[in-house]
Every structure is written in structure tokens, then in C-alpha cells.
Design a protein around this ligand. Structure first.
Ligand SMILES: CC(C)(COP(=O)(O)OP(=O)(O)OC[C@H]1O[C@@H](n2cnc3c(N)ncnc32)[C@H](O)[C@@H]1OP(=O)(O)O)[C@@H](O)C(=O)NCCC(=O)NCCS
Length: 426
């Protein structure tokens, strides 16, 4: 077998052989096919459905087999054995940390959880009903004004410090955004708590001297952060890479990633699952609802995935976390509806033949609701978890000699060469 592709251009009769490596061809090689030295051949791929934009060694997904690995480690093992900061270290550095490396890393992150008081004032300036995701996005963008040296992206020490700062400050900003919507005073970080316990303290502490979250809830949240930490070239990672390709500072690039995540097609599906469960209302209504889905009236939200054509490995882990959380909070009636939907759908030929399985959002919304988060906060939690992944993607990009400023081609379909028409002639 030869690793090449022979192509005949029927416009000209020209034949060329193009190299294949990693099961891809280089789009630039198609420029060999041109008509009279012009109209060089290109590819058209809205949404990058079949186009690799980079080489990456961070996250591996096999959607048919339901496999997700960070740096080669299966997500199941990381969710079982690791902490979020350990996973963040792994994503960013490629290897699991030694005990000393982890201690130093956790210590550094913990010492950067505070934000400048002016940033707090900036956040307080938002309207009382501001969406927390909008507040998070804007305050991350504002961080670049506090750390102007962050634009020195070729200085590894500067890069390292910004990575630490961003991972450390995301829970603080997310919690401030949450408290803002509730009209409650912002709570400063408690650096003697773990990353996730500190986040919970900043969310829910009132007058007690120390807020002690239930350890089972802390672990459930930690697992959710781990599950969301990276997902290779998803829309927000692609946004971070695209903005980062201009060599801007990482705060600006990550703010763009948060913007991409804010969109309902990316971070918003778990909220749709909750709305669906509320509408179904009772386990007795599930069969009718499923019939409606099969008749094409609507979709079973939280089922199906562009990449996973098998059980989303993250959904399996979340199911277990859901059990742990409901043990603390008491069972939510919507859980029973979700379980019944899943049971019927996994046996029904409509769903089986289309390879529709529960995805990560099927249970995560229920879990967040059980933790008493309003739906607007769901995407903020996703963003906090995804930050190490965005940063790992960004760091890989700025160190990749093959990367260029992201600047796709277009197929121009508009007018050409028109003469300006004066106002009185239009
Ligand atoms: C995620 C999603 C957008 C992936 O879409 P996709 O890969 O483009 O798949 P398609 O839309 O081509 O669907 C393929 C077939 O399955 C059906 N299908 C896909 N998801 C379905 C769902 N959730 N409920 C019912 N039918 C579904 C489609 O109607 C289509 O059937 P057809 O071949 O008879 O026309 C889609 O599965 C979906 O809308 N899911 C619900 C929303 C959701 O949970 N999103 C979170 C993703 S993490």
C-alpha cells in the first residue's frame, strides 16, 4: 500500500500524486491542480467537519468505541483516582505529576486565587440580573489589563504564571458572578481549602467562619470538573486556538473560548434536558413522549452526539456521581423520569439503530440542579472545568512551529467591480 492519493483533474486532464500522512492530505497540495495557472483547487468544509486544523497530543477520542483519554489515560481512571488539579497538570505538562511536583503546583495555584480589588469593583458594576457567563467572559478579558506582561507569549516563565493565574482565578470569578445574581456579598477565597471546596465556600458561605461542604458533594463537583477538562478540537478549543494564533495574550484567547461555550449548541444542552424533564412531568408520561420523539416531533435532549456513536464515557461516570449527590440531597423526582427515558431508549430500535446514547449532558443538568445551581450557572461550571484544556490547547499551539495565523479561505459569491451609485440614483 502506498501512502499517496492519485488525482485526475477533469477540468484539465492533469494528474498528480499527493502524499498521505496520518490519514490526511495537506490541503495546500491541492493547489497543484489549477486551470491555466489560476483557480487553484481548495477544499470547502464549513464547520470543519472533515478537516484537521492541528496536530495535538493532548486528548484522544474514539467516538465509535466510546473512548476518551487525556494524555493517554482513560477518563474513567482519572475520574476515579485523580484530583482536578492533578488532571490540569497532566493536560498542561503531558505527564502525571510526582508527589513533589503536585504539591508545588497545588501550592502555586492556591496562592493565586485572589483577584485585584479593582476587578471585584468592575464585576460589581454589572446589572443586578447580568448573566453569570457574560460576567465571567468579560472579567477574564479584563484580566489581560491587569497583567500586561501576559502578551510575552514566548517567555515560558511568563506563560507559566498566566496559566497558574487563570486556573486559580476562574472559581473566584465564577463564584463572584453567582453571588452577584443573588445580591449577596462576594466571598473571598479560603486558601486552606481544596480547589473545589474553596469554590463551594465562595458560592455558599454566609456568616459561618468556615464553610464546610459535604465531602461527597465536593468530590462530585471535582469529578464533573475532571470530565469537562478537555475534549480535543471542540468549538471553544477551536476558538481559543484561532484567537491564540494571532499571538494575543492568553486571557483574551480564553475569553473568546468562554464566548464560544456560551452558545446553546455547545454549553447549553444540559439546560434543555432539564426543561424537557420538567415538561414530561411524570414517569407515566414517558412512553407518550418517546412516541413523539420517534414520530419526529422533537428530540430526546441529552441523547446523541456528533462524535460519540456509543455511550458517552463521561455520561457513565456522571451517573455514578448523580447517585452520590442524591444520597446527600435526597432524590429529585426528575431523576426517575430520566432513568425511565434512558431505559426505554436504550432498548428501542429507533435509538439503537441510530446509535443514540446518553451524552454528558443527560445527567449533568440534574446533578447541577440537585446542587441548587440555577441553569445560568451550568455553563460557568463547564468553563471552570474546561480552563486547563483551553490552556493546554493554547500552549500547544504557541509552541507548534507549524501553526500559522488562522485565516480560512472563502468561496466568494458576491458581486464584482460595480460602480458606486450616487444616493439619488438608488
Ligand atoms: C448532538 C446532535 C446535535 C448530533 O447530531 P448529528 O451528529 O448531526 O446527528 P443527526 O442530527 O444527523 O441525527 C442522526 C439521526 O438520529 C436522529 N437523532 C439524533 N439525535 C436525536 C435525538 N436526541 N432524539 C431523537 N432523534 C435523534 C436524527 O433525527 C436522525 O434521524 P434520521 O436519520 O431518521 O433523520 C443530536 O444528536 C442532538 O440534537 N441531540 C440532542 C441535543 C443534545 O443532547 N446535545 C448535546 C450534545 S453534547
Amino acid at each position: 500500500m502506498t501512502d499517496s492519493l492519485s488525482i485526475r483533474d477533469n477540468r484539465t486532464g492533469g494528474e498528480e500524486e499527493i502524499a498521505i500522512s496520518d490519514d490526511t492530505i495537506r490541503a495546500g497540495d491541492l493547489k497543484k491542480f489549477a486551470v491555466d495557472g489560476e483557480r487553484a483547487l481548495a477544499t470547502y468544509d464549513p464547520g470543519f467537519v472533515n478537516t484537521a486544523s492541528c496536530k495535538s497530543a493532548i486528548t484522544f477520542i474514539d467516538g465509535d468505541k466510546g473512548i476518551l483519554e487525556y494524555r493517554g489515560y482513560p477518563i474513567e481512571q482519572l475520574a476515579e483516582n485523580s484530583t482536578f488539579l492533578e488532571v490540569a497538570y497532566l493536560l498542561l505538562n503531558g505527564e502525571l505529576p510526582t508527589e513533589d511536583q503536585l504539591a508545588t503546583w497545588v501550592d502555586r495555584v492556591t496562592n493565586h486565587t485572589y483577584v485585584h480589588e479593582n476587578l471585584k469593583t468592575f464585576m460589581q458594576g454589572f446589572r443586578y440580573d447580568a448573566h453569570p457567563m457574560s460576567m465571567l467572559m468579560s472579567s477574564v478579558a479584563a484580566l489581560s489589563s491587569f497583567y500586561p506582561e501576559a502578551n510575552q507569549i514566548h517567555d515560558p516563565e511568563v506563560v507559566d504564571l498566566q496559566i497558574i493565574r487563570m486556573i486559580a482565578k476562574m472559581p473566584t470569578l465564577g463564584a463572584f458572578a453567582y453571588r452577584h445574581a443573588q445580591g449577596k456579598p462576594y466571598i473571598y477565597p479560603s486558601n486552606d481549602l481544596s480547589y473545589t471546596a474553596n469554590f463551594m465556600s465562595m458560592l455558599w458561605k454566609m456568616s459561618e467562619p468556615v464553610y464546610q461542604a459535604d465531602e461527597r458533594l465536593v468530590r462530585a463537583m471535582e469529578v464533573l470538573f475532571i470530565l469537562h477538562a478537555d475534549h480535543e478540537q471542540n468549538a471553544s478549543a477551536n476558538a481559543v486556538r484561532s484567537i491564540g494564533s494571532t499571538q494575543v495574550d492568553p486571557y483574551s484567547a480564553i475569553a473568546g473560548g468562554i464566548g464560544a461555550l456560551y452558545g446553546p449548541l455547545h454549553g447549553g444542552a444540559n439546560e434543555a434536558v432539564l426543561k424537557m424533564l420538567r415538561r414530561i412531568g411524570d414517569v407515566a408520561n414517558v412512553p407518550d413522549f418517546i412516541e413523539g420523539v420517534k414520530a419526529g416531533n422533537e428530540r430526546l435532549m441529552g441523547f446523541g452526539h456528533r462524535v460519540y456513536k456509543n455511550y458517552d464515557p463521561r455520561a457513565k461516570i456522571i451517573k455514578k456521581a448523580v447517585d452520590d449527590v442524591f444520597e446527600v440531597t435526597g432524590v429529585n423526582p426528575q431523576l426517575k423520569i430520566a432513568q425511565e427515558l434512558e431505559k426505554i431508549a436504550l432498548e428501542d430500535d429507533y435509538f439503537v439503530s441510530r446509535k443514540l446514547y446518553p451524552n454528558v449532558d443527560f445527567y449533568s443538568g440534574l446533578l447541577y440542579e440537585a446542587l441548587q445551581f440555577p441553569p445560568e450557572m451550568f455553563t460557568v461550571l463547564f468553563a471552570i472545568g474546561r480552563t486547563p484544556g483551553w490552556l493546554a490547547q493554547w500552549k500547544e499551539l504557541i509552541n507548534d512551529p507549524e501553526q500559522k495565523i488562522a485565516r480560512p479561505k472563502q468561496i466568494y459569491t458576491g458581486h464584482r467591480g460595480r460602480d458606486f451609485v450616487p444616493m439619488d440614483k438608488r
